[in-house]
Ligand binder design. Sequence first.
Ligand code: TRP
Length: 334
Amino acid sequence: MSHEIVLTGIKPTGMPHLGNWVGAIRPTVELSRQAERQGFFFIADYHALTGLKDGKQLRRFTYSVAAAWIALGLDPDRIILYRQSDIPEVFELSWILACFSPKGLMNRAHAYKAQVQKNQESGESDLDSGVNMGLYTYPILMAADILVMGTHRVPVGSDQQQHVEIARDLAQYFNRQYGRDIFTLPEALIDPASAVLPGIDGRKMSKSYKNYIPLFDAPDAIKKLIMRIETDSSQPGDPKDPDSSTIFQLYRVLANPAQTESLARAYASGIAWKDAKEELWARFDETFREPTRRYQELMANPAELDKIFAQGADKARAQASRIMTKVRRAVGTR
Ligand code: TRP
């Protein structure tokens, strides 16, 4: 195998925000540009269905997440970009892997355990309340995504590490049973540099706290959010501490070292909060102006995205069917 296969899935559950960009999109796009790797990137639309039961929304998020990743530098001519639902081999393998998954392994998976704990805390008598089988077997579908392409590395956030380990376990059970190395054993690739960003209220930037800065909103709306970032009560002229300032933490991820250095000096000499926010807005606008244009262009032209998905599905299915031929022969359905 000449190229190392790098694969990751993106769940289409909403518009990406600045925290997603710093923590996931930017490092993954950089990785996708490395010549010695073959990248597989897909929109995990059937994973989203475990929680999202609105067809219109799921369809819209699928396009908008793909458009966002392309606008931010993922190049569909270099990597393989596809929709999970376009690859029937994934769902076939998912069943086969389910037959190798001890039930207890699923009991220990994070998303399921979190729901059980929530039920416990709320005094719910049925501890499995709110758990559908899609959520329960989520890690099996994810293992199929990974193993069906012969993946070596899976760039993910640390919350997904357990799922990649489950995929590896299932691959090992299978290989052991059939005495052959049919599946490549995948490894999670966790970017240590992927920082956690504060949101406009200073807590971790997150959809659930509603404190995030979206990437592709109208400029006025984004500027308004930036002007609302919480600060302490120090006045213009008072020296300010960059390390405890949300504005500074956000600025740093958008700026080059010289710019960061210069804002740190401005903090020491008492820059007004309002001016610091203006500086942050300028960096944000410069970084995302062109991607926003490209994003809007793609969203206005879904036929272009459909073409990209179709091309990606062709290439991804070619790879998947090579591996599935071996799998079917091993289990005896062919
Ligand atoms: N579970 C991942 C998430 O929520 C998305 C995902 C689905 C994925 N299949 C995958 C990630 C395969 C990596 C590999 O973020």
